[in-house]
Design a protein around this ligand. Structure first.
Ligand code: NCD
Ligand code: ZN
Length: 344
């Protein structure tokens, strides 16, 4: 196959940041995707509909002229989120989900939730209104081994939550383990998961074997090869529960190449090409369109896109660095060759 034409896809988990960083990364996403679920982990976090509205305006203002891209906004759940804010979110029409960060689990999660029991009223309102909860599924318990944090979170928090609120629409974001896939498969249609390109392509060796590779470091951290294979199987299975969420998370080069480097892989530049590579390696390029362009829209109750785009088999080199405000950003695979390319 030399070209692959798909319905224009959406990215159901994306970090766009703000200010000069936003202006630097947004054109990459707008070129590839028609819509994206925009993460609210700014500093300060986007906890209200008013903040989401202002952030949405900043995103629209930063779009290159002529782009056709719709940001789908989210709210950052805190232990103080009132059920009335959930009502406002549902009513406003541009907030499509609420993000649950266990406090301390990842970048800018300090304002997140330590005790999900404190969010009961907000979650019950979300369940009643059908507003999805997007879950960063890792325990922040420092006593738990970092490679076990997703599995332990599912056992201790997520499975009980799904049982207590069986109609709550839940997305286990950037699932990284076999246990995560099995949990999602064991639930009804109100529970789904996003999969990143980097977790489909890399296991933990890519992070640690032959030297520490800070640009492969993200949270949840990549796991063993057997887990990666389970993720690939889920992605290519055709199950509507699994869909594309790049988790593209830009950080300036110096913040990644440091004694204590930040978590996050930058893939907005070439997300579709990376997913195509993963699906092709699994012999399942014919399954890419449903995963990238149908399942997420269906889960969120939004219309599927109608425009189309084409990937062509053509080698190109990923730049070593990209402009990022006053700084630079190193994309995943910097300096390496990709075999698929999005046609202009
Ligand atoms: C994300 C970020 O940098 O905002 N980092 C990451 O490794 N994925 C936060 C997150 O989604 O965990
Ligand atoms: Zn993320």
């Amino acid at each position: 196959m030399q070209t692959l034409t798909l319905t224009r896809p959406d990215d159901w988990h994306l970090h766009l940041r703000d200010g000069a960083a936003l202006a630097a990364v947004l054109p990459h996403t707008a070129r590839q995707f028609a819509r994206a679920i925009v993460m609210p982990n700014l500093k300060p976090p986007v906890t209200s509909v008013a903040q989401a509205a202002a952030y949405r305006q900043r995103i629209l203002a930063a779009l290159p002229a002529g782009s056709d891209f719709t940001p789908l906004m989210t709210l950052y759940l805190t232990e103080a989120t009132p059920p009335e804010e959930i009502e406002r979110a549902k009513a406003c029409g541009f907030v499509h989900a609420v993000k649950y960060y266990p406090a301390g689990a990842t970048t800018h999660s300090e304002a997140g939730v330590s005790d999900i029991g404190k969010c009961r009223a907000a979650l019950e309102r979300m369940e009643a209104l059908g507003l999805p909860l997007l879950v960063h599924g890792e325990t922040a318990d420092a006593a738990v081994d970092i490679f076990d944090r997703e599995r332990v979170f599912i056992e201790q928090v997520l499975a009980p939550l799904a049982q207590r609120l069986p109609r709550l629409r839940l997305v286990l974001e950037h699932v990284t383990t076999r246990e995560g896939v099995e949990f999602v498969e064991s639930c009804g249609p109100s529970v789904a998961a996003t999969l990143t390109a980097h977790h489909l392509l890399y296991n933990r060796n890519a992070l640690l074997a032959g030297g520490v590779r800070p640009h492969h470091y993200c949270l949840p951290v990549p796991k063993r090869e057997a887990h990666r294979q389970a993720l690939v199987q889920a992605a290519v299975s055709g199950s509507a529960k699994f869909f594309l969420g790049s988790d593209s998370a830009p950080h300036a080069r110096g913040a990644k190449e440091a004694a204590c480097g930040c978590a996050g892989c930058y893939t907005a530049l070439h997300a579709l090409e990376l997913y195509a590579e993963a699906f092709e390696a699994a012999g399942a390029l014919d399954r890419l369109e449903a995963f990238a362009s149908f399942h997420g829209a269906d889960f969120y109750g939004l219309p599927r896109n109608t425009a189309r785009l084409t990937l062509e088999r053509a080698e190109w080199r990923v730049p070593q660095a990209l402009p990022y405000g006053d700084d630079v950003l190193v994309p995943l695979r910097a300096g390496e060759t990709l075999n698929w390319r999005l046609k202009a």
